[in-house]
Design a protein around this ligand. Structure first.
Ligand SMILES: NC(=O)c1ccc[n+]([C@@H]2O[C@H](COP(=O)([O-])OP(=O)(O)OC[C@H]3O[C@@H](n4cnc5c(N)ncnc54)[C@H](O)[C@@H]3O)[C@@H](O)[C@H]2O)c1
Length: 247
C-alpha cells in the first residue's frame, strides 16, 4: 500500500457515502485527518459519519447554495476532494441519451466540481497556507469511448476544469490533482479495481504534487488520441496495453 498521510489536518470529501469517496474518507480518517463528509444520500452518510467519527453534511453538489453551506461547515479543510459523480440512466451514443440525462449528468459531474471550486478555492487562498484540491474525473475524460454518452463528455469537461484550475493556481500554495481511474468496483460498476487502492494512489499523488492519476495501461490510448487529433485522423477505440499499475 502507498502512503496515505496527506499531512493536511482537515479535509472534505463529496460523494463520500460510497465507493471511491468512502475509501478516500476512510483512508484520511485512519491517517488522523479530521474529515467532513458530504453526500446526497443522507442515510448512508449518517452511517459513515458515525463509523469514522466524522462530520456529515447532507449535500447535493449540483446545488450552489448547498455547497456554500458545506464550505461553511468545513472552514479549516485544506484538502478538498470533489469526488461526487453519476453515470446517469443510460450510456450510449450522444443521440441515444435522454435530454434530461444530459442536463443531470452535467449538473452533478461538472457543476458539482465547479461549485466546489467556487466555494473552496477562495477560502484556501485566503488562509495563506498550503492546500490541495483532488478532483475525481475518469479515464473516460482522457480517452473517448464510443458509448460514453453524457458521462464521457462530462468527464472530459471535468478534466478541462481541473486543468484550468491548475493553470490558474500555478505559483500559489494550492495544488490540484485530477483522478482518472478506469473501472473501479463501486455502486457505479460491479467490476474493476478496489476503491481503497484508488484512494491510496490518489492520496499519494496529492502528497507528491502530481497532476494526473491514471492507470498506466491506458497511457498509449491517451497518446493515440492526441496524435489522431493533431493529425486530422478519425478516432479509434481506446484499448489497454502495456504495463499495469498507476502513473
Ligand atoms: N466506479 C468507476 O468505475 C469509476 C471510474 C472512474 C471514475 N469514477 C468516478 O468516481 C467518482 C465516485 O464514483 P464511485 O464509483 O465511487 O460511485 P458510487 O456511486 O459508489 O459513489 C458516488 C457517491 O456520490 C454520491 N452522489 C451522487 N450524486 C450526488 C450529488 N448530486 N451530490 C452529492 N453526492 C452525490 C452518491 O450518493 C454516492 O454515495 C465519480 O465521480 C465517478 O464518476 C468512477
Amino acid at each position: 500500500m502507498t502512503s496515505n498521510s496527506t499531512g493536511f489536518p482537515a479535509a472534505v470529501v463529496t460523494g463520500a457515502a460510497s465507493g471511491i469517496g468512502r475509501a478516500l474518507a476512510t483512508r484520511l480518517a485512519a491517517a488522523g485527518t479530521r474529515v467532513v463528509v458530504a453526500d446526497v444520500d443522507a442515510a448512508a452518510l449518517a452511517d459513515l459519519a458515525t463509523e469514522l467519527d466524522a462530520t456529515g453534511v447532507p449535500t447535493d453538489v449540483a446545488d450552489p447554495q448547498a455547497m456554500e453551506e458545506l464550505a461553511a461547515a468545513a472552514p479549516d479543510a485544506r484538502l478538498v476532494c470533489l469526488n461526487a459523480g453519476i453515470v446517469g440512466s443510460a450510456l450510449g451514443a450522444p443521440w441515444e441519451v435522454d435530454p434530461h440525462d444530459w442536463d443531470t449528468v452535467f449538473a452533478v459531474n461538472v457543476g458539482g466540481v465547479v461549485n466546489g471550486l467556487r466555494v473552496f478555492v477562495p477560502r484556501l487562498l485566503a488562509s495563506d497556507r498550503p492546500g490541495h484540491v483532488l478532483i475525481t474525473a475518469s479515464l473516460a475524460g482522457l480517452a473517448t469511448f464510443a458509448g460514453g454518452g453524457a458521462y464521457g463528455a462530462s468527464k472530459h469537461a471535468v478534466v478541462a476544469v481541473a486543468e484550468q484550475a491548475a493553470l490558474a493556481l500555478a505559483g500559489s500554495q494550492i495544488g490540484v490533482t485530477v483522478l482518472c481511474p478506469a473501472l473501479v468496483r463501486t455502486a457505479i460498476s460491479p467490476v474493476g479495481v478496489d476503491p481503497a487502492d484508488v484512494a491510496d494512489e490518489a492520496l499519494a499523488a496529492v502528497e507528491q504534487g502530481r497532476f494526473v492519476v491514471m492507470p498506466h495501461e491506458w497511457r498509449r490510448s491517451v497518446l493515440d488520441r492526441a496524435e489522431h487529433l493533431t493529425s486530422g485522423r478519425a478516432p479509434t477505440p481506446p484499448t489497454p496495453s502495456g504495463d499495469e499499475g498507476w502513473r
